[in-house]
Design a protein around this ligand. Structure first.
Ligand code: TZP
Ligand code: MG
Length: 211
């Protein structure tokens, strides 16, 4: 089944850890802790609690950017953007067993991340979002269709996850482009019930897989 990755980010209604708790209760089993402007000690405090909750729910726990904290947090891996540590260097530091995700905006980005040893790609943004600053050009549905077709033609099998401004209603058409999963933040945290919305989106993903 296609995957749902929750990207935790600052939200005035929830702390990082309680937001993660809500989506875990809704059934999400893949979490990325993204605390952009926080200090390392803040990331460690939240990350230890979040990682513990993820392990209890059997969820994969990824930390954004901070390769140097992966070990201390007992995280399953790290997600790296284009301006972060290069994937190949992170792989040398973390070894073969940790998950390394990489951000891409183009087919060329995907190819270089795959060559460098990324385990999954976050391809986006789908549409404008305020969750991320310095956003790359918006891809829209057509962008995903074109890029995923090139991936298939060129035999790229590394899972590509769509990200950026995605709402529940977008899920069927994005999955139809051939991505392996969806990453969401605002659509889950801003919903009246993040746990309920997580459950609803997981059902949408499951239903789409059956069509
Ligand atoms: N990378 C590209 S867009 C984005 C990230 C981390 C933000 C995703 O959050 P949202 O709220 O689902 O747009
Ligand atoms: Mg980053």
């Amino acid at each position: 089944m296609a995957m749902l990755q929750f990207i935790s980010h600052y939200n005035s209604r929830y702390g990082y850890v309680s937001g993660i708790g809500a989506v875990l209760n809704g059934g999400c089993r893949w979490v990325q802790l993204r605390m952009k402007s926080a200090s390392d000690s803040e990331v460690v405090a939240a990350g230890l609690a979040a990682g513990d909750m993820c392990r209890r729910h059997g969820a994969v726990f990824i930390v954004d950017d901070r390769v140097h904290l992966v070990e201390q947090l007992g995280a399953d891996g790290v997600h790296l953007g284009k301006g972060d540590m290069p994937v190949a260097e992170a792989r040398r530091i973390l070894g073969p067993d940790r998950i390394i995700g990489a951000t891409a905006n183009t087919f060329a980005d995907i190819c270089s991340a795959v060559e460098d040893g990324a385990d999954y790609i976050g391809l986006g943004p789908f549409r404008f979002t305020t969750t991320k600053e310095r956003l790359s050009p918006v891809l829209g549905k057509d962008g995903y269709v074109k890029i995923m077709e090139r991936c298939r033609n060129e035999g790229i099998t590394v899972p590509v996850v769509a990200i950026g401004g995605i709402l529940a209603d977008d899920v069927p058409e994005i999955l139809a482009a051939g991505v392996a999963g969806i990453a969401m933040s605002g659509a889950l945290l801003n919903a009246p019930s993040p746990a309920g919305e997580t459950k609803r989106i997981l059902q949408l993903i499951e239903r789409k897989q059956l069509i």
